[in-house]
Design a protein around this ligand. Sequence first.
Ligand SMILES: NC(=O)c1ccc[n+]([C@@H]2O[C@H](COP(=O)([O-])OP(=O)(O)OC[C@H]3O[C@@H](n4cnc5c(N)ncnc54)[C@H](OP(=O)(O)O)[C@@H]3O)[C@@H](O)[C@H]2O)c1
Length: 319
Amino acid sequence: MEYRHLGKAGIRVSALSLGSWVTFHHQVDIDKAVKMMSAAFDAGVNFFDNAEAYAKGKSEEVMGAALKKLGWRRASYLVSTKFFWGLNEGINEKDTLNRKYLMEAIDGSLKRLNLDHVDLVFCHRPDPHTPIEETVWAFHNMIESGKATYWGTSEWSAMEIVAAIEIAERHHLHKPVMEQPEYNLLHRERFEVDYARMFKDYGYGSTTWSPLASGLLTGKYNNGIPKDSRASLDRYDWLVEKMTNKESLAKVKKLGKIAGDLGATLAQMSIAWILKNYNVSTVITGASKVEQVKENMKAMDVVEKLTPDVMEAINSAVS
Ligand SMILES: NC(=O)c1ccc[n+]([C@@H]2O[C@H](COP(=O)([O-])OP(=O)(O)OC[C@H]3O[C@@H](n4cnc5c(N)ncnc54)[C@H](OP(=O)(O)O)[C@@H]3O)[C@@H](O)[C@H]2O)c1
């Protein structure tokens, strides 16, 4: 495993990490989570990603119970959560980054995770209705209280991120240090273009999500929607359109050929391609089965096979 600084922060994250969206609770119970987290940890993963909204809090409960069973030293791993959508319908409890919600939400997450602090905490989305200054102060206070160690953003615009950094600098508060954006071979623009100056000028870190575009970049959707796949799950039928998009599937087929020539699976090559970008601090992988975790962790070995010629072939396959 390779470890990368989270932007300019002192903390280092494993270049590959494991997240629990869709999977924990719906597809993965506590025993399965123990096996998957173990396989990742054995491969060198030190960061496990979660969010309040995942399975409406149940994903945090599964991860908390799995961590208890695993009994790892607390200092040996990092756990995250994220806030925005909320768990309740109250006017101040959903789709918000207001101070009251955030201060109560962290207590709920820590209880479900069975931890006394999380290492990374994210604003899961920007909130256009709360002043950024109020949110910056709330996260500063959360860190000062010892309930979280580093904070960051997810799917914020570069302008919103810079505004948060500058407010924090002006008041000598804890600054946000990392963004959690979608980044994969089929979704590149925001990461590569919009964020370019932010990475360069502010040394912002990144924990990128959906490296396989929810599984599309494994080739498993090349002949339709397989049973037992994410797009076949009841609540995720909105993915069907994306997984059957002819243009995307044509790109996936070309990429599959390049991966085959390298002696790698398409999943491994797609993850390795993300690792070639040094603005990425960690690629958060997702998996519904322990075998997928093991396959995806081997992406580390594929990075060195991505020579300039191969990178060019990949680029032309997706452009
Ligand atoms: N901040 C945000 O807004 C945000 C949003 C989304 C995700 N995230 C984070 O990023 C993490 C990763 O995102 P993601 O789960 O969408 O990642 P992904 O890698 O794009 O998709 C993961 C899914 O693809 C399938 N898969 C993975 N490896 C495979 C393999 N080797 N062979 C065949 N199928 C494979 C599995 O689904 P099936 O087996 O069910 O088909 C798996 O659950 C999440 O867990 C979460 O922590 C954050």
